[in-house]
Design a protein around this ligand. Sequence first.
Ligand code: DP6
Length: 321
Amino acid sequence: MKAVAKAPANIALIKFWGKRDENLRLPKNSSISINLSEIFTVTSVDFSGGLDDDGVVIDGIKVDGKEKERVITHIDRIRKMAGIKSKVAVSSRNNFPKGTGLASSASGFAALSLAATKAAGLELDERYLSILARLGSGSACRSIPDGWVEWKEGDTSDKSYAHSLFGTNYWDVCDVVVVVGSFGKKVSSTEGHALVESSPFYTSRIKGMKQKIADIKRAIKSKDFTKMGEILETEAINMHVVMMTSGPSLFYWSPKTLEVMLLVQEWRGNGLESYFTIDAGPNVHLICMKKDVNKLKMKLSMIEGIEKIIVNGVANGARLV
Ligand code: DP6
């Protein structure tokens, strides 16, 4: 009745921003991501009994309020599926700071879904595990399958899940995460998703999505790094324009974020090829080929005020440990 699972964070190359159904976390569009090798969550779930109440510990701290409620709501889904009533002890550890836009909800809910279903005696296949993880946090469904992943939007809960496009060894692509700040976000991504319709640019974003997904899949399939990079960088800017033009306006960038973005474009002009993408936080992800990682690290080390650089390869999805 106890299980431990590890799940990676993932970085979306084509983003999930806006839901067609908030409760079921059905996205307005499909998205594409890679799992990250060095940013992950390890979660243990114990239904062994003897407890008076549910307990949730994250990074060594007992959590209460909304944070606990979101975890327990997810545990309740699993208790219902398994037909059990036992109280639970959940303990989760991230190897990176929470709330920095490094996707802690994705790795967190993916690890929680796998550990909790196993601890409850359920054996879900990858597709149903991905659906379950999606109900906890949309992007978590992409941390279940291995490697290069597509989350198909689907029009019903059963059809909205992630699957692997290519495995971890498919292509030597890396994600160099430039941590420029580890302060908590002002507006969570869950709150941000709910504002999309207020941006005048959202309709045109959605209109171009099917084509964009088809184009990036083609670029990945033919290992056309430049094409993939151009699409993913424009896509990140597109999502942030929607965020900035929502009411209220969401600005996730810090001055350092913009400094790194502009430098990356300058370096590219001089032959060092990498492309940036940014989630709902100030940190910048640089997608590059493995052969360029050291050159990039050297360039980055010359920028003042960068807190940390994390070099990721493409990783497997959630696993029991
Ligand atoms: C900007 O999956 O965190 O990282 O379902 O409300 O938990 P919830 O949202 P979440 O949104 C992720 C937003 C994003 C883009 C992406 O990862 O695709």
